[in-house]
Write a new protein. Sequence first.
Length: 454
Amino acid sequence: MKNILILTISWAVSSFRPTIIPRSPFYVKATNKILNKWGNELFSVSSTTTDLEETAQRDIASMDEWASACGVERCQGFQLVATNKENEPLDVGAMTTVDLPAESPVLFVPSHIIISADQSKNEIGYIEAAENLFYKLGTIDHTPYFYLFLKILIEYELGEESLWYPWLNSLPRYFSTGASMTHFCCQDCLPPLVGNLALSERTRFRQFFKSISYCDLISQYTKADKKLAKWAFNIVYTRGFEDGYGDVKIVPFGDYFNHDTNWEIQGNYDDQGNYYAYTTYDVPAGSPLRMTYTAGDSSNPSFLFARYGFLDESSPATFCKILIEPVTQELVDTGYSHERMLFYRGSGEASEEVWDVLLYKILGENNPEHQQILYVAHMNGDYDTKQALHNQYYSETLSALKSHVDGFLAELEDLSNRTVGRDRNVHPRLPIILQHNEFVKQVFLAVRENLMYK
């Protein structure tokens, strides 16, 4: 990673304490506009709104000044730096220039600038038609994100009159999420699991875009602007996180913590809704300050790729890509799970669950009686019986695993070949898709080499 200093101002605070900060004039003005709608149109879109061109400059410095004016506090040595590689769109993350002991306060963000799904719903009002659609499609758990999505659109329309304008103007315009990929990229260039995850993101965006029409607070101009809607959708899903109390929140400035498997930062909320971030261990000067986007689960880089649009090279393992249908309860009990059936990057080892599930599948096809003996032994913790079956069918299981690895490597080669000659202007996410496939390929090559000595 190339770190380029963007902000050289460090803000020192003696401690982080909840503070009562009055609503800014911009907040009051924006709220009054929401309350004073008329007819079918709330207001016309402001003439000064965030430039959504993918090449637009991100104004980080103004956002930093805005955050301080709003009461955001950060520890001594806290800085924002560029974390993108050369020739990639600007990505920004946090770092420290001083040593930070474990459990040190790093960041305080007051509740009045935190964007909450519950509060957004209270401001906007219950939208029955949209929620009925979400229920019908089996996506009711995404309704909090939908209200955040509407809130972002409303604040965008307010332009410079929005309290959050400096923050919105600092955000990325270019995304490599599943929602931003073309159908060809998802369907024809990615392995099945991550491809389906990416397609799910695209489908969810279409649902959100359709549901904008049910909100009277959004202008007709915005309702027809798919580019704007996709940007707002990506902002919500890449920067919104559950708070542990049933709400989903976006924490401006706190959303500049990037992800890593070995995260340095843990965030929490107090009773007043203020956000605090602390170090999880002793962090030396010059280190990045990152959080986890997966609640500590480092086994599913495919989800991170589809949802957030980046390749998690810090992940120690990846799903083995063995897909079995139908998925029965016995199969799940045996260990069939994307989070448990893993190939490890460094060693090339396969997790115990990979061997258990493969043996269970083989026995189901050839010896159902032994399959049940394996299942009962597994459920009862009978290691000796289970190991005896593994020993008896080892050659068959090893052969099946080798065949899977070789077959998947051939599939990866075919997927990459499909990108040859494709117009990168039409499919601009192809480079990161090829990086993803190469990452998976290297893991599988390590596993194949390891299996040669079994």
